[in-house]
Design a protein around this ligand. Structure first.
Ligand code: CDP
Ligand code: CA
Length: 406
């Protein structure tokens, strides 16, 4: 990295170097095109010294709903939502740095579930928006992200923000992400045994910040919270006949409503005559997860960071504080699921899916991944005011591939 040191830096200590204050500040723009919304993250980085990891100085975050996949038949309109968000970056990044600031959009499960043709139409409209902007548009700047990267990059974000990727004695933490359409589990195995018992495509080696990490990671497509609602209703991947009604014991008895997801309209309702409540609901949800996920023994005793819908549903039901997050055990989700499902009339004002969502989260953690009742979950939306999203890890990776950092 000696070529980065300029001649005058030999004469000034770094902190008084006249141009250093600005020259080591740079920006990165990352779009998260999720199944339920599109988000922009504008990061400011400072490279304080060439041997150290860059520091994240700030993040500007904004989001719009619905996600790109809702525009499957109007790709231009979908790209307009991206344009609106990108206009924020024009104000946030100083003009002289526009050309050096990369902009990238990675789509996740929502677009993975669309047909290749519709997904590509959306992506190429977005690419046009990028090319008309003043920012640096790298190759492959718009695309669908690999599910394994989604987990790894979120793991990198959380472990970077909690200071586990620098210095010695790294004690990394595993991460759980529950999106609308897919869910990810990622951790660094400590035991040889774990790697031996794990299917090969669940292990990915990844290089970042001059270290190689051999991570356990998997993205389960169709196991996000909203996809799980459809699966529980028996409507996932179905050709929906007009007016067809899907019923569940996880919904309020008298409920009848409509729901749009991934560009499809579903009608759903409660078991008017039959049972409702936690017990029958758990049995319904169990069919969706039982035997479908790999269960690594090692995770039973460790604690995990959990975010996205784990966080939202815990906050909705006062298990944690919405701003500060909190620490829970798996059994807290079960206790809350029972409370909500067995008193559905009382929770009517909140989402009619609250009982189903909490029951699914309980079943996913216990029967899906095989966590114990007392496994500890750290629910976090932000660390040091930066979102715990795969987008930060992805931006590091991008800057590294562009030679802007290590
Ligand atoms: N920056 C972000 C992005 C998503 N999320 C949460 O992620 C969930 C939605 O997932 P998603 O739309 O990204 O869906 P997938 O494409 O990941 O399946 C919601 O609970 C959001 O609140 C978040 O908390 N912060
Ligand atoms: Ca997501």
């Amino acid at each position: 990295h000696s070529n980065r040191v300029m001649w005058f830096q030999e004469f000034f200590p770094p902190n008084v170097c006249p141009i250093n204050a600005k020259a080591n500040t740079f920006y990165g723009i990352m779009f998260d095109a999720g199944s339920t919304g599109t988000r922009i993250h504008i990061y400011t980085f400072v490279q304080k010294s060439p041997e150290k990891l860059p520091e994240v100085e700030g993040e500007i975050f904004e989001s719009v709903k619905p996600g790109l996949s809702a525009y499957a038949d109007q790709p231009e309109k979908g790209a307009e939502t991206v344009k609106t968000l990108l206009d924020m970056a024009i104000d946030a990044v100083p003009p002289h740095l526009w050309k050096k600031t990369p902009v990238v959009l990675k789509a996740t499960a929502g677009l993975r579930l669309l047909s290749e043709e519709k997904a590509q139409a959306l992506l190429s409209e977005v690419k046009e928006v990028f090319e008309e902007s003043p920012f640096l548009v790298p190759e492959d700047s718009v695309g669908i992200m690999d599910g394994s990267h989604e987990g790894i990059l979120a793991w990198i974000t959380v472990n970077f923000l909690t200071g586990q990727l620098s210095g010695q004695n790294q004690q990394t933490v595993g991460t759980l992400d529950l999106g609308g359409a897919s869910t990810q589990i990622t951790f660094l195995p400590r035991f040889e045994e774990t790697l031996k018992e794990t299917p090969g495509d669940f292990v990915t080696s990844f290089e970042m910040f001059n270290s190689t990490y051999k991570l356990y990671t998997h993205s389960y497509l169709g196991f996000g919270l909203k996809a799980a609602r459809l699966a529980t209703l028996g409507a996932l991947n179905m050709e929906v006949v007009d007016g067809q009604m899907f019923r569940s014991s996880c919904l309020p008895k008298q409920l009848e409503a409509e729901w749009h997801f991934g560009g499809v309209k579903y009608r759903y309702g409660g078991n008017k005559e039959g049972e409702t409540g936690f017990k029958p609901c758990y049995l319904e949800v169990l069919k969706v997860v039982k035997g479908k996920l790999h269960q690594p023994d090692e995770i039973r005793g460790s604690s995990f960071y959990a975010f996205s819908y784990y966080y939202d549903r815990a906050a909705d039901t006062n298990l944690i504080d919405y701003e500060r997050g909190g620490v829970l055990e798996v059994r807290d989700f079960e206790r809350k699921a029972k409370e909500v499902c067995d008193n559905m009339e009382r929770y009517n004002s909140a989402s009619p899916f609250l009982c189903m969502d909490l029951t699914y989260i309980t079943a996913l953690l216990k029967e899906g991944f095989g966590f114990r009742d007392n496994t500890v979950l750290k629910l976090t939306k932000k660390v040091n005011n930066i979102e715990t999203s795969w987008t930060l890890g992805a931006t590091f990776y991008l800057l590294q591939s562009l030679g802007m950092t290590y």
